[in-house]
Design a protein around this ligand. Structure first.
Ligand SMILES: CC(C)(COP(=O)(O)OP(=O)(O)OC[C@H]1O[C@@H](n2cnc3c(N)ncnc32)[C@H](O)[C@@H]1OP(=O)(O)O)[C@@H](O)C(=O)NCCC(=O)NCCS
Length: 133
């Protein structure tokens, strides 16, 4: 099932987010939302921001042993269903991250722009999905 972050999840979720050098805590600001895919334990995490009528995917990660089973797609769909008033979803991804780029394309995102040196050592791709069309 997909559910929202609770205080008891913070340690496990931060283990997932470590590779992005990001941490959630109990003082999440009003724009940031965390969704968890929980099936006998947390298997996937989606952190997104809702900025008025736009959604921004900050981080999405699935446990390596449970990839390509549709978990990230389900998290994405849940976010969209919860935010039916949103106009679009954007994100930045490393241009070398083929698996994530394929995942986003499969889920209706297109490349909008190249962000030069977005990651200091690498360019980023700005990807977008329009909603409500
Ligand atoms: C990107 C990620 C979240 C996808 O999660 P997932 O649960 O495996 O995704 P889903 O099962 O919903 O979707 C699978 C689709 O994604 C794409 N995909 C996933 N892994 C892929 C790979 N290794 N090579 C090519 N395409 C891949 C394919 O389109 C695939 O569809 P298919 O299996 O029918 O070919 C996961 O690979 C991950 O956690 N990566 C590490 C973290 C990361 O890079 N996050 C994104 C940057 S913030």
């Amino acid at each position: 099932m997909i559910r929202k972050l609770e205080p008891k999840d913070i340690e496990v979720v931060n283990r997932y987010l470590k590779e992005f050098n990001y941490k959630v805590d109990e003082t999440l600001n009003e724009f940031v939302n965390v969704l968890l895919y929980d099936d006998n334990g947390i298997k996937g995490v989606l952190v997104y921001s809702k900025i008025y009528d736009r959604l921004e995917i900050d981080y999405i990660i699935v446990n390596e042993d449970y990839r390509r089973l549709g978990i990230a797609s389900k998290l994405l769909k849940y976010m969209e269903d919860e935010n039916k008033d949103a106009l679009n979803i954007t994100l930045e991804v490393r241009e070398s991250n083929i698996q994530a780029i394929s995942f986003y394309k499969k889920n209706g995102f297109v490349i909008e722009a190249v962000r030069k040196n977005y990651y200091k050592d690498e360019d980023g791709l700005l990807m977008m999905k329009k909603l409500g069309e």
